[in-house]
Design a protein around this ligand. Structure first.
Ligand code: MAN
Length: 353
């Protein structure tokens, strides 16, 4: 597979972004949703900000306060045995089956705009910011589906009640309508298809089971994009392969004459995240036709291997221009990169079921 990684990668780094919160540092600008609007490529960046702690023994966990609209800091002692601090992303509660007690940063969505797809100017203000009880630990990993003039943006919302997916819509990336939670916890990686199929909207989603089952991709249908039903399991993990630990949808499905091409992420149990592809039937997207044996893109470059959480390439959106797939992707939970791939080469690399 020919992969052209941009020479200027990473194209956006935390250093390019002014913190929105006083006393915080930007530790991540990654996992951006992608939209084409008004002749520009928009990256809906997940910006992660972390409170600066001057005491190395203390972790300051940021929590959005729905009353004041500000971020409160919860002070945690690294020696406190009730908590596990080993994962840089989260603080786990050892007494509660290692569930997340806090996140170590808070994420929101900020827009970066570009005319050439290479050089981006970043908005000063957040675009989607926590606003309710379900979002007090932040909003993450947005994806954008354009249907006609409307852009539907959906993202993970994180709170002590779990991680679900909420949706907003906009026509101008300025005025936003909130539609609430469309997939209840625990669920992530929703991808809405860009058109109706057989009179229904379709979405991929990724429930995370706590009792039985593993984090795999499901498909659901809807009449109105808000209420989703007829859920079916679509794609599973594969033991011993690059997608053996967890999988989830990545970019909005691409319509080709061979079927819907979905670029999805897969990780091993050791949390090495790669991108791969699956081809779904054009008229019956719940049918898998073919799938990548090897990843389409895997962490190889230094900026993909090293960072806040290394060995991660994670795409939430692409721009398709003829045969060229411009894949924007988060690297090491830190920055944004871009690579160009050939649509035909991706299709040719798939193994038919
Ligand atoms: C995982 C990672 C983090 C994220 C949390 C909550 O640990 O994807 O980046 O903040 O889940 O969604």
């Amino acid at each position: 597979m020919n992969i052209y990684r941009y020479e200027e990668n990473p194209i956006i780094t935390p250093a390019d972004i002014q913190p929105y919160h006083k006393g915080f540092q930007v530790i991540g600008a990654f996992n951006a949703g992608v939209a084409e609007y008004n002749g520009e490529t928009l990256l809906l960046l997940r910006v992660a900000e972390q409170p600066i702690s001057d005491d190395p023994n203390k972790v300051l966990a940021p929590v959005y306060n729905t009353g004041t609209g500000k971020i409160d800091l919860v002070e945690l002692d690294r020696k406190d045995e009730r908590y596990d601090f080993s994962d840089p992303r989260v603080v786990r509660d050892v007494t509660q089956n290692a569930t997340f007690a806090y996140l170590t940063s808070i994420s929101y969505v900020r827009i970066a705009r570009s005319k050439d797809g290479h050089r981006f100017t970043i908005d000063n203000e957040p675009f989607i910011y926590p606003s309710n009880e379900q979002e007090i630990f932040g909003v993450e990993d947005p994806r954008v589906t354009q249907i006609g003039e409307d852009y539907y943006i959906y993202f993970s919302v994180v709170s002590p009640k779990g991680i679900g997916e909420s949706m907003v819509s906009t026509r101008d990336f300025s005025n936003v309508t909130h539609h609430g939670m469309i997939f209840s916890p625990d669920n992530k990686d929703v991808l809405i298809f860009p058109e109706k199929i057989g009179g229904k909207y379709y979405a991929l989603h990724r429930p995370t089971m706590k009792s039985i089952g593993t984090p795999e991709i499901w498909i659901a249908e809807s009449d109105n994009l808000l209420y989703w039903g007829n859920h079916k399991h679509l794609l599973g993990l594969r033991q011993g392969m690059w997608d053996s630990g967890r999988i989830g949808g990545g970019a909005v499905p691409i319509k080709t004459d061979k079927g819907w091409l979905e670029l999805y992420h897969g990780a091993t149990m050791e949390h090495r995240y790669c991108m791969g592809a699956v081809l779904l039937d054009l008229e019956h997207p719940e049918k898998v036709i073919a799938r990548s044996a090897a990843p389409v893109l895997e962490p190889e470059a230094d900026y993909e291997k090293k960072g806040f959480f290394g060995d991660v390439v994670f795409s939430c959106g692409v721009v398709v221009d003829g045969d060229i797939v411009r894949m924007y992707y988060g690297v090491a939970d830190t920055s944004m990169a871009c690579a160009e791939l050939s649509l035909q080469e991706i299709l040719d690399s798939l193994v038919y079921e």
